[in-house]
Write a protein that binds this ligand. Structure first.
Ligand code: ATP
Ligand code: MG
Length: 653
């Protein structure tokens, strides 16, 4: 990285940080990669609809579609008239094609218990559970809520819903009873599948206990199914509650897959709530499955003998698309882990990689920054030579975190794919093709074949080089079809910033001379200093670039002179210098890296940053603290004590 002269620009979002490292795909990787040239991009550009129709041939259709795309902005319909079933595509066709005995899920519980389910095993259990759901009165179009730990039964329950045409809505097991309640009531779910509990950081998540609390105010729920994970105490309510294992004993082994319309709803999933109240994002069947099947293969260079491990919880979209649907559609073998990365020690992930020979590893920047904080020694006791590709998703990855991941986990052998996408997009949208695209640490690189993005200004004018708003300019098959129960919000939130055929992502981005996209953070978080609009990502990356900093979050605070000044909340790595000394060092470091304009006015050192339960930094709460306001919605916060402590600390200073 170099320190350019201070730029004075009145761009929509200024781009200050210059990152010049380029890391091309290693020769050995390129030589074996599925995609090594531009032909897929060219094919997609020639005729995007024909291209996606071609990709949809990856799936088995009971009835072919009549029309590839009907686009009445902002309503899109893909593959209209086509009929298919998601569980059939994830399971039945593999059983018939020789993958019958291949491991689909290699699961490990936090205490170390393990189970391996072949495609046949999954198929059998999904069929049975589909019959169980039917026997409890679940019909096509009904909503089923799933509040479970990361255990195979969660995958089984999702696919069983899909098999009979019920709509699943997974609620992350770490959410509170209130959050579960909100989501069940919003979706009007009829049945809940939960577990007696799950293991997390050596303690127990009392899921059924919490669910009972939630259900006291969920009149739509008629039945509850409880998976027995261990010997956790709970109360069973006669008539309403049923044990999974008892129901499965008597269930018939075959359930006809429901031929779903391509546009029938597959699931509802609530967003992370980083910016505000979560939205129930609606995904349908044909386009969604096409998008995730294709992108899983392209971005992860997925092959028959890979062992794929996406560490995301299935409660997030990453788990839906790249634990459940994408890998299973492709007949992949994957690792699924129940617990925390630091249980019993901070090397659990790396031990799992060695134990199961994981070849593709996909995680989040928040996890990588945590590993950085713990120090590289935790990776060094493991071999990690089975790894061949690394990926990240969820937040902008700071270049230093990218390099750390590349160096200490990938051992400079594995390409790193930084993948930008959202709950709303359903599939990865901007990411490298690992055998083709030279990586630039901190950039998600280019839109995938068949995806059209642009950086726009306030008027919707394109910014070919520079910073602005990230927009998606053409419909894509896995796009959301709406917000559950709120068509108006769908329009205003995503399709009203410019024209109603331009999708507003809510993210700021910069496009460089080579057409690479650099995500700058959320537009809501942009800091305005003397008329310069600065994305949080760049200042944070300049801070993380300092060897002592593990993590940083920047927000704007009112300043009588500059309009806003930067307040930086900083977490230091274990074993760094005392905070009093770091304060001035860090201010100078930022100044040297990106200019005086970005020099933080105030640095607040903290052991932890407030994050959503999916690990994203919640800058809106930091802003509330810095401005002395009441805290906004905190229901998606992972740990309230972090914010109360910070508030106290901030007020004392
Ligand atoms: P909410 O919409 O409720 O505020 P959220 O946006 O955090 O929550 P998600 O859909 O889980 O919910 O996250 C998508 C967002 O995550 C993107 O809009 C972007 O801000 C961020 N993001 C995801 N991947 C990347 C990436 N590779 N680089 C930069 N940002 C990313
Ligand atoms: Mg969002």
């Amino acid at each position: 990285m170099s320190a350019p002269e201070e730029k004075t620009t009145d761009a929509v979002v200024a781009a200050l940080l210059e990152e010049n490292r380029v890391i091309p795909p290693p020769d050995h990787f390129r030589a074996q990669a599925r995609l090594r040239d531009e032909s897929l991009y060219a094919e997609a550009a020639r005729d995007p609809e024909a291209f996606w129709a071609q990709q949809a041939q990856r799936l088995t259709w009971f009835k072919p579609w009549d029309k590839v795309l009907e686009w009445n902005p902002p309503e899109a319909k893909w593959f209209t008239g086509g009929r298919l079933n998601a569980s059939y595509n994830c399971l039945d066709r593999h059983i018939k094609s020789g993958l019958r005995n291949k491991a689909a899920l290699i699961w490990e519980g936090e205490p170390g218990d393990t189970r391996t389910l072949t495609y046949w095993d999954l198929y059998r259990d999904v069929n049975k559970f589909a019959n169980v759901l039917k026997s409890l009165g679940v019909k096509k179009g009904d909503r089923v809520a799933l509040y479970m730990p990361m255990i195979p039964e969660l995958v089984i329950a999702m696919l069983a819903c899909a098999r009979i045409g019920a709509i699943h809505t997974v609620v992350f097991g770490g959410f509170s009873p209130e959050s579960l309640q909100d989501r069940i009531n919003d979706a009007q779910a009829k049945l809940l599948v939960t577990a007696d509990g799950g293991f997390r950081k050596g303690s127990i998540l009392p899921l059924k206990h919490d669910a009972d609390y939630a259900l006291s105010k969920c009149p739509s729920i008629e039945k509850v199914i409880i998976v027995k994970r261990d010997e956790f105490p709970l109360r069973v309510r006669e008539g309403r509650d049923h044990w999974y294992h008892r129901l499965m004993q008597d269930a018939a082994p075959w359930c006809e897959p429901e031929p779903m319309d391509a546009e029938d709803v597959l699931y509802i999933l609530y967003t992370s709530g980083t910016t505000g109240k979560p939205k129930g994002i609606v995904h349908t069947t044909g386009g969604y499955l096409t998008g995730v099947a294709a992108t899983t293969e392209w971005v992860f260079d997925l092959k028959a003998d890979d062992v794929f491990w996406c560490t995301a919880d299935i409660g997030w979209v990453t788990g839906h698309s790249y634990v459940v649907y994408g890998p299973l559609l492709n007949g992949a073998t994957q690792v699924m882990y129940e617990g925390s990365p630091d249980w019993p020690d901070k090397d659990r992930f790396w031990r799992l990689v060695d134990k199961y020979g994981v070849s593709i590893f996909y995680t989040a920047p928040t996890a990588i920054r945590t590993f950085m904080k713990w120090g590289p020694e935790w990776t060094q006791g493991s071999d990690l030579s089975s790894l061949r590709l690394l990926g990240t998703v969820g937040e902008p990855i700071n270049p230093e975190a990218w390099m750390w991941y590349y160096k200490y986990v990938g051992r400079e052998r594995c390409p790193v794919v930084d993948t930008w996408w959202q709950t709303e997009t359903g599939m990865i949208m901007i990411a490298p093709l690992p055998g083709l695209t030279p990586a630039k640490p901190g950039s998600a690189t280019r839109p995938l074949p068949g995806v059209s993005a642009a950086v726009l200004d306030d008027q919707g004018g394109e910014i070919p080089v520079g910073g602005g708003y990230l927009a998606l300019t053409r419909p894509w098959p896995a796009m959301l079809r709406g917000i559950w129960g709120d068509p108006e919000r769908y329009r205003t939130q995503y399709w009203s910033k410019w024209r109603e055929d331009l999708y507003f992502t809510g993210d700021g981005a910069k496009r460089d001379e080579e057409g690479y996209y650099w995500l700058l953070g959320r537009v809501d978080d942009v800091i305005n200093i003397s008329g310069h609009r600065i994305g949080t990502m760049e200042v944070e990356s300049a801070l993380v670039d300092h060897e002592s900093v593990a993590e940083a979050a920047c927000v704007g605070i009112s300043d009588p002179v500059k309009g806003e000044a930067i307040a930086a909340f900083v977490t230091l790595k274990d074993g760094s210098l005392p905070q009093e000394r770091m304060d001035e060092f860090l201010k100078r470091h930022v100044e040297a890296k990106i200019g005086a304009i970005a020099r933080p006015g105030k640095i607040i050192f903290t052991g932890d940053l407030p994050k959503t339960r999916s690990g994203k930094i919640m800058r809106r709460l930091l802003r509330d603290i810095a401005e002395g306001r009441l805290l906004g919605d905190i229901t998606t916060l992972a740990d309230d004590s972090v914010i109360t402590n910070l508030k106290k600390k901030y007020e004392e200073e």
